[in-house]
Design a protein around this ligand. Structure first.
Ligand SMILES: Cc1ncc(COP(=O)(O)O)c(C=O)c1O
Length: 398
């Protein structure tokens, strides 16, 4: 019997982070043989700090509360959606109806990947930023849509330059993905930008899918705003406790915005999965009710960001300090590619793992890959490792 993956699956490139994981394993093996320093991993953006104790305790209590199990609500319990609404009100001053305007999600990834299936027909376009979170394009492909990649460029402060998108693309486009605070560039969008973007999207009848909630509470100066503060029409936002509260393993988030979009999304979701486990919903509610832990994480990331920025400047590199997120998007020195730079850092005596920008970005019109020439540092190493990394970076020469 011959077993073959589907054409859609065959057509996908290998998941970028899987390649990085492989390289880290090789370095770890070399370290085990005494042939390399202990790797310091700035590669994958998965928080290394633990989930806060009060959330873990809440999870344990929830196990007893939900002892008789039973399927969870497909769209999130009424109580869960109420807590999400309270969070949005407290953080942004936005009033949402938990019944009509909010739906739970199993973290953001599944929601981002599945969302286009609710809105896209064969041949429709989904506009995806490049660099960008891979499920924007893979979810589009699985919905039989076509991704159109729009570049995030330093000269535009890494904002989507919607005016540069050709009219024939706008006519066929149904969804635009945006992600501010942005991974990997650390950029944020302001009200004036959102106002113009929304005007453009309304003109072309394009849904704005704003993957904003992943990093919106990881900021260093001003609090980033939600696009829902500007308008709700044709706009939907994606939130997650993964990065906010070091809960990537829990899988809890929510989607909210224009009730017509949410209604369709709920119908889709009810057909795909059986909801966020009840005990995880309980833990996520505890996390979303609290603001102190997020404040603690901001202080920690801010310290790490500054140590790394100093270390990179010391060796003559130009650093654009991120306004939000836990990423530093570094332009590599002239004369070398991002992959060459990342490979140099993987040398046994430096043993620093970063993500080459070209691995997380796609070629745009004109054959330009906007991630080429950059690498991403995720601020995951401990403070001690950050200082060690700065020492090792001194061995780097372009
Ligand atoms: C931009 C962005 N969106 C969404 C996600 C998904 O996070 P999760 O599925 O854990 O909520 C990530 C995770 O790295 C991300 O970087």
């Amino acid at each position: 019997m011959n077993i073959e993956p589907s054409n859609k699956l065959k057509d996908l490139p290998p998941y970028a982070f899987a390649e990085i994981d492989k390289k880290v394993s090789e370095l770890k093996e070399a370290f085990g043989r005494g042939e390399a320093s202990a790797p310091i991993d700035f590669g994958v953006g998965d928080p290394s700090e633990p989930t806060p104790d009060f959330v873990i305790e809440g999870l344990c209590d929830a196990g007893k509360k939900h002892a008789s199990s039973g399927y969870p609500s497909y769209v999130g319990s009424g109580e869960f959606r109420k807590v999400c609404a309270e969070y949005m009100e407290r953080r942004f001053g936005i009033e949402l109806d938990p019944e009509r305007e909010i739906c739970s999600s199993i973290g953001s990834k599944e929601a981002v990947f599945n969302f286009p299936q609710g809105f896209i027909n064969r041949g429709n376009i989904v506009i995806c930023p490049s660099p960008g979170y891979p499920p924007y394009k893979t979810g589009t492909a699985f919905a039989d849509g076509e991704p159109y990649f729009t570049p995030l460029l330093e000269e535009n402060n890494f904002l989507v330059d919607f005016d540069s998108i050709p009219e024939e693309i706008c006519e066929r486009a149904k969804i635009l993905w945006i992600n501010y605070p942005n991974s990997p560039t650390g950029a944020v969008a302001d009200r004036a930008y959102y106002e113009k973007l929304i005007e453009w999207a309304h003109k072309w009848e394009i849904i704005i899918a704003a993957d904003e909630g992943c990093y919106i509470d990881i900021y260093f100066e001003e609090k980033p705003l939600s696009i829902l503060e500007v308008s709700r029409e044709g706009i939907v936002v994606f939130y997650s406790t993964s990065k906010r509260n070091n809960m990537t393993g829990y899988r809890a988030g929510f989607v909210c915005g224009d009730e017509r979009v949410i209604e369709i999304y709920k119908k889709l979701k009810t057909n795909i999965d059986s909801g966020v486990p009840s005990i995880v919903q309980e833990a996520a509610m505890i996390a979303l009710k609290d603001d102190d832990h997020a404040q603690h994480m901001r202080e920690l990331y801010s310290e790490k960001r500054d140590i790394l920025a100093r270390g990179l400047k010391n060796i003559g590199l130009e650093v654009r300090v991120p306004e939000a997120t836990f990423y530093v998007w570094l332009r590599v020195p002239d004369g070398m590619s991002d992959v060459e730079f990342a490979e140099k850092l993987l040398s046994p005596e430096i043993a620093i793992v970063v993500t080459p920008g070209s691995a997380i970005s796609d070629e745009c019109e004109g054959g330009v890959n906007p991630g080429a020439g950059y690498v991403r540092f995720a601020l995951m190493p401990t403070l001690e490792e950050m200082h060690e990394a700065v020492e090792r970076l001194k061995k780097f020469s372009a």
